[in-house]
Design a protein around this ligand. Sequence first.
Ligand code: NAG
Ligand code: NAG
Ligand code: NAG
Ligand code: NAG
Ligand code: NAG
Ligand code: NAG
Length: 628
Amino acid sequence: MRQRSPAVLLQLRLWLLAVSALPAFLGVLAADLSKEPFTIRISCGSFDDVRTSPTDTLWYRDFGYTGGRFANATRPSYIIPPLKTLRYFPLSDGPENCYNINNVPNGHYQVRLFFALLDNPNLDSEPIFDVSVEGTLFSSLLLGWSSDDEKTFAEALVFVQDSSLSVCFHSTGHGDPSILSIEVLQIDDNGYNFGPSWGKGTVLRTAKRLRCGSGKSAFDEDLHGIHWGGDRFWLGLQTLSSSSDDQSISTENVIAETLIAPNFYPRSLYQSAIVGTDRQPSLSFEMDVTPNKNYSVWLHFAEIDNGVTAEEQRVFDILINGDTAFKDVDIVRMTGERFTALVLNKTVAVSGTTLKIILQPVKGTRAIINAIEVFEIIAAEKKTLPQEVSTLRTLKGSLGLPLRFGWNGDPCVPQQHPWSGVDCQFDNTKGNWVIDGLGLDNQGLRGVIPGDISKLQHLQSINLSGNSIKGNIPTSVGTISALQVLDLSYNELNGSIPESLGQLTSLQILNLNGNRLSGRVPASLGGRPLHRARFNFTDNAGLCGIPGLRECGPHLSVAAKIGMAFGVLLAILFLVNILRAQKLAAAREAPYAKSRTQFTRDVQMAKHQRPSESSRSSNNESSPHLLS
Ligand SMILES: *[C@@H]1O[C@H](CO)[C@@H](O)[C@H](O)[C@H]1NC(C)=O
Ligand SMILES: *[C@@H]1O[C@H](CO)[C@@H](O)[C@H](O)[C@H]1NC(C)=O
Ligand SMILES: *[C@@H]1O[C@H](CO)[C@@H](O)[C@H](O)[C@H]1NC(C)=O
Ligand SMILES: *[C@@H]1O[C@H](CO)[C@@H](O)[C@H](O)[C@H]1NC(C)=O
Ligand SMILES: *[C@@H]1O[C@H](CO)[C@@H](O)[C@H](O)[C@H]1NC(C)=O
Ligand SMILES: *[C@@H]1O[C@H](CO)[C@@H](O)[C@H](O)[C@H]1NC(C)=O
């Protein structure tokens, strides 16, 4: 309850923020350095906005989440922002939960999540789960993440295209996903453009960021980087590998050309470097990677060594996994000057589990490197057709889907974590996922089937068997033309079977048995075996009209009822007239009271002589009228 009103206020504030920041994004491709990029930071589980030292960073109170609970956090690593609360998602809240952040201006963002542990010794301490952004799975927390600084956060570069950003947490059954903070930091629209296959169809996962030659890990903010660079975390390294004896060097000189669109780097990133030694002039760096992925490698250089003052004094080749990525790199020649940044990028396909970068001198002195960035290139998932997503949400409410279903985020993606009970198919013509099956049998559902279900026009199969679904079968179901299987058996559906189901020419199985349906089975279904489809209408007390069910008795037809009542009426009127004539004749001899008694008995006798009439249609109620 308490969480709701601050969230509303916050939405408003974010909207104002978005509006005020809007001019920065309209029609401006490259970052406008005079403006601040759009930024949202959320302190998950917090009731209040929080400011953290030393940079006085503002974190908004928690909002935008689909479920979960708040708790105090234990931060396992020193690089994690000093926030005190987190949000976690018990399995009872569903296998996937999300943050949906609205009013985010379309553009390119660095999205970063920090993880922490619940400050509760009774709970499983280190959860393992998957994380997706905009429907694309980009991070899987692995056993031991909480004891490795670099694994306590996940970061992706992603495009926002519909003014909202969704970040989802997918349970893998190993503890409750928990999240400390979410940062949405705008970067240049063209940031980290690695070539032709870069763009809105790709998500870049940050796999590694190293600053070489400085022992200190740091964020852009600590290094006085500008905000358009995001706020990258750079792990400090003094040596590229424990087995080599490379050296650190540094300079106080100002480095030029670090703020060149689309990427903006802190100057101090280039003020330190690792260099080879005379004994081992080449440099070698190796990291573990997920096999069979493409990686985008960014290498940063600046000639800061006092021993190198001109071209040709340091020339080296760069090999990545044995292939020459760059030949004859001569920093001074390529930048034209010393103390000037040089950024090279290369995309490589890696089949094994290691990515190895070797800088091999070919002329002059030993190799040098200032910083390394490695991104995994992930194909962005296409989303589910928006209309189908909103229809599923309607269905979730109408059918009364239990909380444990989740049904948050996108139904079909990430493909590793589709919604349970939903079958998806990729529609090549639309370029979206669509829903082709609903399997919610035996789930204890107690709601009704909404007419909107027909908006899921690609459904081929619906199985809602074995629930307690009430109400009618919506007529609109007859418009789901691709439907092959409709199993609504063993529910509490009532009313009649819509004629429209006869339009389902692809139907192969129609199970409506075990409900409370009534009326005549539409001729379009029962009268002819439609395309050899299999029907089951049994165990519906009120259904009639096809072989196997009882015949539709005339008493069930309103017209028949009226006709029958009219016949009886005529017969009685006829009798009454005869009796009245008799009565008038007898009146002269007998007392009035006696003749009346006689009359009543005669009428009743006449009635009982018509055994074919059902008792319901009798004229019990109308006889007093006739008598009076
Ligand atoms: C979190 O910690 C504070 C003290 O720092 C305590 O008052 C509060 O009860 C804790 N909340 C939960 C949910 O454990
Ligand atoms: C990255 O490399 C590609 C091709 O090698 C080049 O076209 C592109 O401009 C480079 N990107 C940046 C930002 O330097
Ligand atoms: C890697 O990139 C190549 C060329 O762009 C592409 O054909 C291939 O599918 C990519 N591999 C993966 C695993 O994404
Ligand atoms: C629907 O689900 C029920 C219960 O799980 C199952 O017995 C039935 O075979 C399914 N119907 C069809 C048509 O597959
Ligand atoms: C069907 O059942 C609902 C209650 O679940 C009731 O309101 C409605 O009148 C019933 N309709 C028919 C046609 O029996
Ligand atoms: C139809 O449903 C009834 C139960 O309602 C079941 O006993 C019967 O076997 C079903 N018939 C067919 C042909 O599946």
